[in-house]
Ligand binder design. Structure first.
Ligand SMILES: [Zn+2]
Length: 428
């Protein structure tokens, strides 16, 4: 027996995406939803309400990772997890992450409507802060769940205003011990994340579903360059120690080194530049840069990191500027699980949808969930590959196809229909 084909109510999903996009600190169509702000809490409240309406039991951990469970026929078995994030970087779009949360909810609702009864529970997971906006580190929630960061590391985090993580999360209403966040061994049978591609391939090739086989390895550096400030008029050019001029060289070094790694899979971006004191008539005394480096090959990625670090230090020495280079994170790439990939492929087969194996160059919570459980990702096309911008767009039809595949995949992984043993009575 196979799971009945789920009927996805896409107009409801689009309305819910719209309602979530209205919880934003930027004017429409832009979306800004930063961790633990009132807007983030309003977004979370909406999701929790929708989950409760769907009959799911909702709980939160001490940092706000949120779990909404549909109990199976065997509620003591580890659940099949599915989900993503709803935080949004400043001035971004409405589909990144949110499609994987509201899509997971609709997948569960569609399976319920179709009369499906899972054996293992199916659990929607909404991860805290996939985006690094507030604390400079991405996938905060899934990292902590996977034990990739410790409770003491979490407690040591400060946001840009110098407020500490513990104070902010408690003020946002999340209590309990940080040491309780880590998931126990075997907490999930499998994990699947639905996400927009954030790249152009699926749309360009006219393929509705991407099946992720590997997730690129991200790393991030924070570089603080400290020179000498002074009056922009009174201090002559000779002998200046302008931190922003050094930073400009550093940005170009990142571009050059990443471009010359020998592989198009190496990418380097300086996305943050903070200038102190930041006045037109004042020589920049201190500049902080945040640099993102990724690759699908760990050795080459690390080599790029080392080369950039060395080149920035040498440049700073030449300019007599102090350079402090801090590694914010340096994660290995992840392979997705054959079991989950096969389940997604089988779902595509049953639905008659073409699929493309692909590498995720963006990182996702799945990068860390893959340390906890067999993990896979389903990609859907997005317009021109645009993401992290207000123009981000995925067609309702594309989202509906993704939700159908997700529903069939979690149904398969939840184990009621055991093809291998031919069990067809809804029990195991
Ligand atoms: Zn995302």
């Amino acid at each position: 027996m196979t799971a009945p084909r789920p009927e996805v109510d896409i107009s409801r999903v689009m309305a819910e995406l719209d309602a979530l996009a209205k919880r934003s600190d930027a004017p429409s169509p832009a979306v800004t939803r930063v961790l633990y702000t009132d807007t983030d809490l309003a977004g979370r409240a909406l999701i929790k309400e929708l989950c409760a309406d769907a009959g799911l039991s909702v709980r939160e951990d001490p940092i706000g990772n949120t779990f909404a469970r549909w109990d199976g026929l065997e509620p003591d078995l580890p659940p099949v997890g599915t989900g993503s994030h709803i935080d949004a970087i400043p001035h971004s779009g409405r589909y990144d992450g949110t499609v994987g949360v509201l899509g997971a909810l609709e997948a569960i609702r569609a399976l319920k409507r179709a009369g499906f009864r899972p054996s293992r529970p199916i659990e929607l997971v909404m991860f805290t802060s996939e985006e690094p906006t507030r604390f400079g580190i991405g996938c905060l929630g899934s990292r902590a769940l996977a034990g990739a960061i410790t409770a003491s590391y979490l407690a040591s985090l400060r946001d840009r205003d110098g407020r500490d993580f513990d104070e902010i999360r408690r003020a946002a209403g999340f209590q309990g011990e940080l040491s309780d966040v880590r998931l126990p061994e075997g907490a999930y049978t499998a994990f699947v994340e639905l996400h927009i591609e954030q790249g152009p391939h699926l749309e360009r090739d006219g393929i509705p579903i991407g099946i992720v086989t590997a997730i690129a390895a991200p790393a991030a550096l924070r570089v603080t360059l400290t020179g000498e400030g002074g009056h922009a008029g009174a201090v002559l050019m000779r002998g200046r120690k302008d931190a922003l001029c050094a930073a400009a060289e550093a940005v170009l070094l990142v571009e050059t080194i990443a471009s010359n790694s020998g592989s198009p899979d190496t990418v380097g971006t300086t996305g943050v530049c903070r200038v102190h004191p930041g006045a037109i008539n004042s020589i920049p005394e201190r500049v902080t840069l945040e640099i993102d480096i990724r690759d699908i090959d760990l050795v080459r990625r690390n080599c790029t990191l080392d080369t950039i670090r060395g080149a920035i230090e040498a440049m700073a020495q030449r300019r007599q500027i102090a350079a402090h280079v801090e590694c914010l994170n340096s994660d290995p790439p992840a392979s997705t699980s054959v079991i989950v990939v096969e389940a997604i492929r089988a779902a595509c087969g049953e639905l008659g949808l073409r699929s493309l194996p692909m590498i995720s160059r963006a990182y996702h919570d799945s990068l860390f969930m893959s340390r906890v459980a067999p993990t896979g990702m389903i990609f859907i096309p997005c317009k021109e590959g645009i993401s992290h911008r207000p123009e981000e767009y995925s067609e309702p039809e594309a989202i509906a196809r993704g939700i159908e595949v997700l529903a069939m995949t979690v149904a398969r992984l939840s184990g009621t229909e055991d093809h291998a043993q031919g069990a067809g009575d809804g029990t195991r």
